[in-house]
Design a protein around this ligand. Structure first.
Ligand code: PLP
Length: 401
C-alpha cells in the first residue's frame, strides 16, 4: 500500500545550512530571543509565526529542525520534540482528553504509559478501557460516547503484537475518535500515518537516537494539533513544559541521519538470531517469523528495506533460567543486562520484573506475559553468528535447551 513512501529519503531530502554555510544547522544556545520592535513580540505571542522565536520552551530553531525531520519521517504536516517519550505521550493524552472523557488503550503497552493511564489519569476523571488490540470487536465495543482516542503501539512492548492499523483507523473514523500510535519499536519500519493513524509519538531515547546517551520524545501530527499542544494559553506541552534541550536535539538530528542503516542492521541481526533460536527449539517470538500470529499483517504494513525491527522475545521457561541466561550473556560480552533498546550492543531484560512491572500479575498472566520472558533489543553486531553461538551456549548452560 505505502511502498512508495520511503522515510529515509524524506529525511535525506531536507536541506539545512548552518551559519557560514555549515553543513549542519547551527545550534541556537539561547533560551530567549530578542525583538527589534515591541509590537512584533506581541504578534508572535499571539500567533504562531513561522521563523520567529520567542522563548525556547515554546519553540527554538534547533528543536524545529529536528521536529521537521521527524515530521518528514512520519509523513505528517508537523511535529514537536519533547524532553522524553513520556513527555510526548502524556502531553498528547492530556491535550485530547478532558475530565469525564475516556480512552481505549491496548493492554500491552510500555509500563510507564500503562501506569499513567491506569493510576494517574483517574485523578483528572479520565478513564482508560484496556483491550486486547488484536481483537477488533473488543476495541469497538470498548468505545463509548465519551471516548476521545484509541491508543496503541504499532509493535507492542513487550509482547510484539502487531496492530492492524488500517482496520483500527476505520473504527476510529467511524466513531470520530483519534488513533494515536506509539511507533518507538518500529521507526521507518512502519509508517502509521500512511495506514490511517492521526498522531504518532516516539521515545527518541531508543532506536531514533540510538546511542543510549540521552532521553527525548516527539509528537508527529497535523499543524493544527501540534499548534494546539504549543498554545501559550492551553497547550499541554507548552504548559507542562517537557522541553528538549537544543544541544540534545542537535545531537539527535545527527544520529537520525543514520537511523535507516541502523534499522536495517538491527532487523537483519534480529531475523538471523530469531531463526537460529527457533531451529534449536527455543520459544521465540519475532514478527519476521512465519509463526508469529500477525506475520502476514506485519508484511502488509511494513515499508520496504528496513526489515521487521530489532526486538525479539524469548521464553526461557522460568525467571531463574531467564536471569541465568542474561547474566551469562553479559559476562560473555554479547550484550548488556539493561532496559531500553536501540543501542549498538544487544540489550536484554526481563519485562515482568522491569519495564512492565507496573502491570499487575493477574493482567500479565491474562496477556501471556510469563515470568521467564527475555526481551532482546538486538545490536548492530557485524558477526551475528558468533554472537548467536555465544548466546546459545548460555541457553544450554541454563538448561533452557
Ligand atoms: C521507552 C518507551 C517509552 C517512554 O519513553 P522515555 O523516553 O523513556 O520517556 C514509551 N513507549 C515505548 C514503547 C518505550 O519503549
Amino acid at each position: 500500500m505505502n511502498k512508495n513512501f520511503d522515510p529515509a529519503s524524506q529525511i535525506q531530502d531536507i536541506q539545512y545550512f548552518g551559519e557560514f554555510g555549515g553543513v549542519n544547522p547551527s545550534i541556537t544556545d539561547s533560551s530567549t530571543f530578542t525583538f527589534l520592535e515591541a509590537g512584533r513580540m506581541e504578534e508572535v505571542f499571539e500567533h504562531e509565526i513561522e521563523g520567529c522565536y520567542l522563548y525556547s520552551r515554546h519553540w527554538n530553531p534547533m528543536n524545529k529542525y529536528l521536529a521537521d525531520a521527524l515530521a518528514k519521517m512520519e509523513g505528517t504536516e508537523s511535529a514537536q520534540v519533547m524532553g522524553s517519550g513520556m513527555g510526548a505521550i502524556t502531553s498528547v493524552i492530556l491535550q485530547l482528553c478532558n475530565s469525564g472523557d475516556e480512552l481505549v488503550a491496548s493492554h500491552t503497552i510500555y509500563g510507564g504509559t500503562y501506569a499513567f493511564l491506569k493510576n494517574y489519569l483517574p485523578k483528572f476523571n479520565i478513564k482508560s478501557n484496556f483491550v486486547n488490540i488484536t481483537n477488533l470487536e473488543a476495541v469497538e465495543a470498548a468505545i463509548t460516547p465519551n471516548t476521545k482516542m484509541i491508543y496503541l503501539e504499532a509493535l507492542s512492548n513487550p509482547l510484539l503484537e502487531v496492530a492492524d492499523l488500517p482496520k483500527l483507523s476505520a473504527i476510529a473514523k467511524k466513531h470520530n475518535v483519534k488513533l494515536v500510535v506509539d511507533n518507538t519499536f518500529t521507526p521507518m519500519v512502519i509508517s502509521p500515518i500512511k495506514h490511517g493513524a492521526d498522531i504518532v509519538v516516539h521515545s527518541l531515547t531508543k532506536f531514533i537516537n540510538g546511542t543510549s546517551d540521552a532521553v527525548g520524545g516527539c509528537v508527529c501530527g497535523s499543524h493544527e494539533f501540534i499548534n494546539s499542544l504549543m498554545d501559550v494559553n492551553s497547550g499541554s506541552a507548552m504548559l507542562l513544559g517537557p522541553v528538549l534541550d537544543s544541544m540534545r536535539s542537535a545531537s539527535m538530528l545527527k544520529n537520525l541521519r543514520s537511523l535507516h542503516l541502523r534499522m536495517m542492521q538491527h532487523s537483519k541481526n534480529a531475523m538471523k538470531l530469531a531463526e537460529t533460536f527457533q531451529k534449536l527449539g527455543l520459544k521465540v517470538k519475532y514478527p519476521g517469523l512465519d509463526n508469529h500470529p500477525q506475520y502476514d499483517l506485519m508484511k502488509s504494513l511494513m515499508n520496504d528495506a528496513y526489515g521487521f525491527s530489532g526486538m525479539i522475545l524469548i521464553d526461557a521457561g522460568s525467571k531463574e533460567k531467564a536471569y541465568k541466561v542474561m547474566e551469562g550473556m553479559q559476562n560473555n560480552n554479547v550484550g548488556y543486562l539493561a532496559v531500553s533498546l536501540g543501542f549498538y550492543k544487544t540489550l536484554f531484560s526481563s519485562p515482568g520484573s522491569s519495564t512492565s512491572s507496573e502491570i499487575p500479575d493477574e493482567e500479565r498472566d491474562e496477556m501471556g506475559m510469563s515470568e521467564g520472558l527475555i526481551r532482546m533489543s538486538v545490536g548492530l553486531d557485524m558477526d551475528i553468528e558468533r554472537t548467536g553461538n555465544i548466546m546459545i551456549e548460555q541457553f544450554r548452560s541454563a538448561g533452557v535447551i
